[in-house]
Design a protein around this ligand. Sequence first.
Ligand code: ZN
Length: 328
Amino acid sequence: MKGGWQSTVDTKFLMDRCFRVYVTKTQEIFEWYSSKTSRSIRWVFNYGESLAFFVEDWEKEDERIIRQIEDHVDQEVEYVLTDMQQIQNPFLCLLVMQLVTQQYDKYNSPFEIASFWDQIREARKDARILLTDCLCMETESPCARYWDLWKDEPIPLSHVRIELLPSYKLNCSVHQPVSAVITDAKSMCCMSSQMTAIEICYPENMLELYNFLKAIYLRRAVRFKRCRLCGKLFAAIDGERTEYCSRKYSGHKSCCDIGAVRVYQKKILSNPITRAYNRAYKTHNARIRYGTMTRAEFQTWVAEAKQLRGACQSGEISLDRFEKWLKQ
Ligand SMILES: [Zn+2]
């Protein structure tokens, strides 16, 4: 592959297509550029998300898209994927890259696709072991576990190099595909912005991409656990405390949004004083419906009950006395 991420403006440096990935302190960024379709797309994930999504979420969609590519293989494959932005899994760019390189030998395409299937299955199998076993929260030493699982099998890193990228571009909003950043040396030189040296991988196949991410996760010892709501894997960046992932659970609410409410409710319910108060509140509230208590009487009761609840919480009266009063 020809070098670097090239400017779309300066045609002298223009290359046909490019796919690259790099990991910043908090994010994983994938960028795709094709001069043929004049599209440049960037996928941004939170740290640890891309392999967690690869293992847990994308399998069905991958199948659908690969079948779609299979059906259109005698057309220009890049145009089949003109709406790459709709595709969640950036790993699929590799199939397009592989097929495009083979474009003068279309009879070979079925073999390319079959081989891509094998690669994606193999990478997913390995990633599942990496996330659920080697790097899971319960594993005491990921290094020792790595030895058990893979012995001294090296992780070959190909097409990885250090490049300078503008520092201000290295953090951006997640899950919002936007245009890729143009960072060819020439335009960088003119921008005079602060630069950061970063490892960038220009993978040519699934294994190169997967190995690059695997090596980073291992070096940084990213730990994974299962979300208590949806049960899927996620990177426990905040350590032990996080119990929920950031996937959308229902509507606009994510698991961690709903999880936070649940944790609060659980905390409330586990307190015997609040539990006793809540029970009595419901009983008294029902009396309005049965006509044995007026709304005004109920409100007076609530005010008094709240006062006693506070007294009980501060230890002025015992729980026993509070409960007796509630049952009056
Ligand atoms: Zn979740």
